[in-house]
Design a protein around this ligand. Structure first.
Ligand SMILES: [Zn+2]
Length: 404
């Protein structure tokens, strides 16, 4: 075979692998229909990928009398990833297989814990060794470490810059340290970007090349996938959705501007508004604690249909809807995924967000492309693994093919 033929063969192999990744399971007929390859060509590629142990038989799908078809899947046991997802509240460490299943995990609460960088690295490494031990997988099966941290970060150096509320991460050369300790390739991305990639690959066949993930949590952030790749921006600062101006005269944001979406609709913003509104109601059961409120107080008040909490949440959801419409009008993505504690806990807010977004977006846009996160609480851990899995299937797999 000449170089050109080998290249073509590898492109076809990758097409088949990516289809299986997106759909979780695939039949020969499904692959032939979606790739345009002949049935014989699909069979040949699958046989090769099966021989390399990248793909395996999953199960028989029954399609009525005498019409059964074989389902294939990515061999989850081919490789393993160490996932490290960090936020203000906790560090999540996990071993995830190539089929994106979590094999072992640790959650280390970090809220109100002051640790030095040295201690932080020790805590992380200790947990990494624990999850590796628990997973019981041979060392040579690990293919990399995926890390998701709050931005901003220096992508090129794998360096965390100055995430607010997490001083222990400031200017921490995470990639360099973890790479030298674990002797594996390490990929560092902004937290919301890894979730966006995780959501992108969990689409299960509803293929969309462009996806925006909006995280409405205590802060508001976003991640962007363009043509199947993370769009981090030149300096890793792309997707500062939370700092779009909603009200030029609005409250001051932590970034210094006024009326950013984050200052109007984040968890911190609704807590601030709730506390200030409580000032007017000395008989309210939460009045005495108005200066020490936690987000869980507001969540409970909202669930109890509290007359102060509900309008505050509804108004914030309205602002998020306007933000979503702005994103759709600006980016025209195929899909907008909404995640974070806000939409998870304030149940009625999702409908408000989608209704407002559909009213405000330009005509002919399709509101169906706004949906809730499919990965939920595991989005960060799965997303970190997906960064490594994506690298494996786009690049590292070439080395395997070069030998075969
Ligand atoms: Zn701002």
């Amino acid at each position: 075979m000449d170089d050109h033929q080998i290249q073509l063969k590898n492109i076809n192999r990758r097409t088949v692998l990516n289809y299986i990744r997106k759909n979780t399971f695939a039949t020969k007929a499904g692959l032939a229909a979606s790739t345009g390859f002949t049935f014989a060509a699909v069979k040949k590629i699958l046989d090769e990928l099966e021989a390399l142990k990248l793909v395996r038989f999953a199960r028989i799908e029954k399609k009525g009398v005498g019409r059964n078809s074989v389902m294939y899947e990515i061999n989850p046991d081919y490789g393993y990833i160490i996932s490290l997802y960090m936020n203000r509240k906790a560090i999540h460490v996990a071993v995830v297989n190539l089929g994106r299943q979590i094999v072992s995990r640790r959650k280390l609460p970090m809220e109100n814990r002051a640790v030095s960088q040295k201690e932080l690295i020790e805590i992380i490494l200790q947990s990494v060794h624990e999850v590796i031990h628990e997973a019981g997988v041979a060392k040579n099966k690990y293919i990399g470490v995926g890390i998701g941290v709050p931005g901003p970060i220096d992508m090129e150096k794998g360096l965390v810059l100055t995430p607010p509320n997490m001083p222990m991460l400031h200017y921490l050369p995470l990639r360099e340290i973890i790479e030298s300790k674990l002797d594996l390739p390490v990929y560092v991305h902004k937290d919301t970007n890894v979730i966006a990639l995780g959501e992108y690959w969990s689409e299960k066949g509803r293929c969309s090349e462009n996806l925006v993930y909006l995280d409405v949590d205590m802060g508001i952030g976003s991640g962007m996938i363009i043509n199947g790749k993370i769009n981090a921006g030149i300096e890793g600062k792309a997707g500062e959705f939370g700092h779009m101006t909603i009200d030029i005269n609005g409250p001051v944001c932590k970034c210094g501007n006024r009326g950013c979406l984050e200052a109007m609709a984040s968890g911190i913003a609704v807590l601030r508004d709730f506390a200030s509104e409580l000032e007017k109601y000395p008989t309210h059961p939460l009045y005495a604690r108005r200066n020490y409120l936690e987000i869980d107080d507001l969540i409970q008040a909202y669930r109890d249909k509290d007359m102060i909490a509900v309008p505050i949440i509804n108004r914030a959801a309205y602002y998020v809807g306007i933000g979503v419409a702005n994103v759709i009008n600006f980016m025209d993505p195929e899909k907008v995924v909404l995640g974070g504690l806000f939409l998870r806990n304030f149940e009625g807010s999702y409908d408000i967000v989608t209704n407002v977004a559909s009213q405000r977006m330009l005509k002919n846009s399709n509101v169906c492309n706004v949906q809730k996160s499919q990965l939920g609480m595991d989005a960060g851990v799965i997303g970190c693994a997906e960064v490594v899995i994506d690298y494996f299937f786009q690049d590292a797999v070439n080395e395997i093919w070069a030998k075969n």
